[in-house]
Design a protein around this ligand. Sequence first.
Ligand SMILES: *[C@@H]1O[C@H](CO)[C@@H](O)[C@H](O)[C@H]1NC(C)=O
Ligand SMILES: *[C@@H]1O[C@H](CO)[C@@H](O)[C@H](O)[C@H]1NC(C)=O
Length: 210
Amino acid sequence: MAPLFSLFLVLILLLLLTPYSLCQLEEFVSIDCGGTSYYNDSTTGLPWIPDSEIMKHGKAVEVQSPNGEVPLQYKTRRDFPIDSRKYCYTLKTEERRRYLVRASFQYGNLEDGDTYPQFLLFLDATKWATVSIYDASRVYVKEMIFRAPSDSVDVCMCCATTGSPFISTLELRPLNVSMYATDFEDDFFLKVAARINFGATSEDAVRFTS
Ligand SMILES: *[C@@H]1O[C@H](CO)[C@@H](O)[C@H](O)[C@H]1NC(C)=O
Ligand SMILES: *[C@@H]1O[C@H](CO)[C@@H](O)[C@H](O)[C@H]1NC(C)=O
C-alpha cells in the first residue's frame, strides 16, 4: 500500500502546484512597445506581446543599439508625438490588489539632429517619475508597487522637455504577498530605492524562474 499512498500524495501535490504556477504566469503582462510579434523570452520563458493592437498613437521605431545584440524587447521602442497630451497604456487590474509595474526605456543611438529625451511618466493622474536619457545603450527602469484603485490603471508618457516621449517595455505583475502592505497604500505608491543582493557571487540579477 505504501507506494500507492505516496503516489497519491504526489498527485495531489502536483494538482495543487500546477494551477498555482500557471495562474501566476497567465497573470503576468509583458508588453514589447513598438514590437510586432508575440514571443516567449528566451531567458525567462515569459510571453511578450507587441503593443501594436493596444496602442494606436505614436510610431514604432527600430532601435540602433551601440551594444550590438540586445534582447528582442529592446530592438524596438515606441515614440510619441511632442505635444502636451498624455499617451497612455491601459492595464487591467483587480481593484485593491497589489501590483508591481515596471516601465523601461532604451533609446539607442541618436539619429541626425535628435536629442536625448526627457519627459514625464504618470500612473493615472499621479506623477510617477521624470525619465531623463543620457546614454544610448543604457536601459533606464522605473518601477513601483501600488494598490489598484479600480479595475484598470493607465501608464502615461507626456510633456517632453527635450526629444519625444517613448517607451521600450511595460510589465505588470500581481503580488499576492502582504510583504509590501503599508498603512498608506491607498494614498501612496512604493518606489524602489535600491536592489542589493548581499553576498552575491556574481553581478547577475536574480529574477523570475532562476
Ligand atoms: C492571488 O490572489 C488572487 C485573488 O486576489 C487569486 O485569484 C489568485 O489565484 C492568487 N494567485 C496565486 C498564485 O495564489
Ligand atoms: C510560448 O510558450 C507557451 C507554453 O509553452 C506556448 O503554448 C506558446 O505557443 C508559446 N508562444 C510562442 C509565441 O511561441
